[in-house]
Design a protein around this ligand. Structure first.
Ligand code: NAD
Length: 258
């Protein structure tokens, strides 16, 4: 509504340190479906969630084969960053983006020109691989080449351990270094803005809570309601490819304080 928009624009204009949390909804316009939206991967086929569970991945070679097949066909290989991604690059260019925490694994923020130093990939990236035994890292491209050449469940070339995309599955811990940086950015901002996330995946959603408790104003941009709407100073429901360029291009209020 109009009052929400006015409030959101005022907060964006006044804030000098903005921390952002994005989710799958930021990339649906770029052709990558989300999980829990009306057209989400899990909404259409709840069994797909099994591919994201570390225990079934470790226990079941068929789950691993399916996971590699789905990586090979992932829409992120073809996707291009859109207006929603570019809006954050512009915000960063204005010098006011403290950090951007993302649950996405598609690297579209970086490809939209956002400084990789500002991006905290909470759930990793699908363009890397990691050995679950010795932690050796590699590229998804190299692993998928081995799949295409006839090895449907490629193992670590160094130790023979189980190889996986460098993403965080259910049952796996987030990188503690990334979490700490995220917590610092959440507590060290005037405005915490969430975009395209259902705010139901923890610990990612907890950053909004942390920011609010540290005194930041909260703006929620999401098509559907989230558990944090009640705490938000403004909630914007429209399509992110329209909402974000409009919201983040508002002129900055000159800084009069010393
Ligand atoms: P989610 O699917 O739980 O929520 C996405 C939210 O975005 C939904 O509430 C939906 O209503 C909203 N949305 C979708 N398109 C929108 C649009 N154009 N405008 C406004 N709102 C829109 O996603 P989540 O909260 O990010 O959690 C899902 C998990 O899945 C994360 O762990 C993430 O790592 C992973 N994931 C990543 C990608 C990706 O990298 N692009 C894609 C799917 C899932």
């Amino acid at each position: 509504d109009a009052a929400g928009w006015r409030r959101a624009c005022e907060l964006v204009a006044a804030a000098r340190r903005i921390t952002v949390l994005t989710g799958a909804g930021i990339s649906t316009g770029a052709g990558i479906p989300d999980f829990r939206g009306p057209n989400g991967v899990w909404t259409r086929d709840p069994r797909a969630q099994r591919l994201s569970d570390i225990d079934s991945y470790l226990a079941d070679p068929e789950v691993r084969r399916a996971a590699w097949r789905s990586r090979a066909q992932h829409p992120a290989w073809e996707a291009e960053p859109g207006p929603a991604h570019r809006a954050f690059t512009e915000l960063a260019n204005s010098g006011r983006l403290r950090a951007l925490l993302t649950q996405n694994i598609d690297e579209l923020h970086q490809r939209a020109g956002l400084d990789p130093e500002l991006v905290l990939e909470l759930h990793g990236s699908m363009f890397g691989t990691v050995c679950l035994e010795c932690a050796e890292t590699g590229t998804m491209r190299a692993a998928l080449r081995r799949v295409a050449e006839g090895d449907p469940d490629p193992s670590c070339e160094r130790c023979g351990g189980i190889l996986k995309s460098a993403t965080v599955s259910f049952g796996q811990a987030l990188d503690p270094e990334v979490v700490r940086s995220g917590q610092r950015a959440a507590m060290d901002c005037e405005l915490f803005l969430t975009a395209g996330t259902s705010l139901t995946v923890h610990p990612a959603a907890g950053f909004a809570e942390l920011a609010a408790r540290a005194g930041a104003d909260l703006i929620v941009c999401n098509a559907e309601p989230t558990p944090y709407d009640d705490q938000a100073a403004a909630v914007l429901r429209g399509n992110l490819d329209e909402v974000l360029p409009r919201l983040l291009s508002v002129p900055t209020v000159p800084n009069s304080s010393p």
